[in-house]
Design a protein around this ligand. Structure first.
Ligand SMILES: [Zn+2]
Ligand SMILES: [Zn+2]
Length: 173
């Protein structure tokens, strides 16, 4: 879906769109659980820049970093973004990204890619670490059992980090 800037005059343009379950997140780690719903208002800002403000709701499942089981991440975010025509960037320009740039995007052919905006906002809304619970015990590194669901006999043989460090030290001497 696109915002057609040829339709954007002095007045702001309001868009409300509900995607369906086939929306492509373009990330094999993510599973869509609730199709994105986006409401936005676009208007011209300085020069040829466009300001897009709105709200996005969705829900995805991501795999836990420790135990690999999928858990739900509900997404309800507001965004306030600026879009500039891509022609304003020369190919050689290599600008380092700063957090501020996350609020800046580009458009080409007088169209703003709303699908891309939605994917980006979902990605930005995800937590830095993916943990099903802060206390997740993860998988046993030896037998692979999910330690949230059961125990294994390798657990007893595991050496405490302090002792293993001492052992390595002794070996290296
Ligand atoms: Zn977990
Ligand atoms: Zn084990």
């Amino acid at each position: 879906m696109y915002i057609d800037l040829t339709q954007l005059e002095d007045e702001e343009l309001r868009v409300e769109h509900r995607y369906d379950e086939r929306f492509d997140l373009q990330d094999p780690d993510l599973r869509l659980k609730m199709a994105p719903k986006v409401q936005l208002v676009a208007r011209w800002a300085a020069g040829r820049d466009v300001r897009v403000r709105g709200r996005l709701k969705a829900a995805v499942e991501v795999p836990c970093d420790r135990c690999l089981s999928y858990f739900l991440v509900p997404i309800d975010v507001e965004f306030d973004l600026f879009y500039a025509p891509i022609e304003t960037l020369t190919p050689e320009e290599d600008v380092p990204l700063t957090p501020k740039d996350l609020a800046y995007g580009f458009y080409r052919d007088e169209k703003i890619d709303v699908d891309g905006l939605v994917r980006e906002q979902i990605f930005l809304a995800l937590p830095f670490r993916w943990l099903c619970a802060p206390s997740c015990r993860g998988l046993c590194p030896q037998c692979g059992i999910d330690l949230n669901k059961g125990t294994c006999s390798c657990a007893e043989e595991r050496v405490a980090p302090y002792w293993s460090a001492l052992r390595d030290l002794k070996r290296s001497m």
